[in-house]
Design a protein around this ligand. Structure first.
Ligand code: C5P
Length: 241
């Protein structure tokens, strides 16, 4: 599943596009990815991981040896991106550029930190805006990110903002990385998450905050199944499914 096949059906503005969108925004580690994929699978809709676009931009900039504050060069890298997301039907997905699966390249903490730096550059956000809107294709889209409900799909009929306290988000990430055999400490992950939260919330371009019409879900004390069930109830109510 990808937006690539739906590009001809999109508009340059969000207005006038009747394809439904569920936006899932929130800070790092709140569980947006897991929830968004689960919703996209249940609804049989397309899926956008907007964070992957920022990570790929950062990764390409690092690979090319660009300074992360070289705004025109980094925005150029963002304009070149042509990624699509394929759900695997088992709660996961592949990020594909052509025939290459790129997930492994962009999932480390070095790329995550660089992504949150390049994401603060307005020309980079501008370069990725239409690319994100192009994923809006029938029968619908689940869009995961930070500003899906506030900037990219302001007219989305269903907006969810999920959060959890920083300690719990660091703990979840720690368990995930430990299972993959990565040598990280909880303290370092917590510091990292707090620094990214601060950058994401305080930046002038599209700061992280819930849209006024978003349903806010605090997942600190919820299991994944409980989060999915609560979000599905919101989707059903807002989209009258
Ligand atoms: O969600 P993920 O951790 O993959 O996102 C990587 C970085 O990209 C975040 O720290 C955030 O700074 C940025 N981002 C953003 N806007 C989005 C999605 C991600 O600024 N819609």
């Amino acid at each position: 599943m990808s937006g690539a096949d739906g590009r001809s059906e999109t508009t340059t503005e969000t207005g006038g596009n009747s394809v439904p969108v569920v936006t899932v925004d929130g800070p790092s580690g709140a569980g947006k990815g897991t929830l968004s994929v689960a919703l996209a699978e249940r609804l049989c809709w397309h899926f956008l991981d907007s964070g992957a676009l920022y990570r790929l931009t950062a990764w390409q900039a690092l690979e090319a040896g660009l300074a992360l504050d070289d705004t025109p060069a980094v925005a150029g890298a963002a304009r070149e991106l042509d990624v699509r997301f394929e759900l695997d039907g088992q709660g996961g997905y592949r990020s594909m550029i052509g025939d290459q699966q790129v997930d492994k390249l962009i999932r480390d903490e070095r790329v995550a930190a660089a992504a949150s730096k390049v994401a603060a550059l307005q020309p980079v956000r501008d370069a990725l805006l239409q690319r994100q809107r192009d994923f809006r294709a029938p029968p619908g889209l689940v869009a995961d990110g930070r500003d899906m409900g506030t900037v990219v799909f302001v007219d989305a009929p269903c907006k969810i903002f999920i959060t959890a306290n920083a300690e719990e988000r660091a703990r979840r990430r720690y368990e995930q990385l430990k299972a993959q055999g990565a040598g990280v400490t909880l303290r370092a992950l917590l510091d990292d998450i707090q620094a990214r939260d601060q950058r994401d919330r305080e930046r002038s371009s599209a700061p992280l905050r819930p849209a006024a019409d978003a349903h806010v879900l605090d997942t600190t004390e919820m299991s994944i199944d409980e989060v999915v069930a609560a979000a599905l109830a919101v989707v059903q109510e807002r989209l009258l499914l």
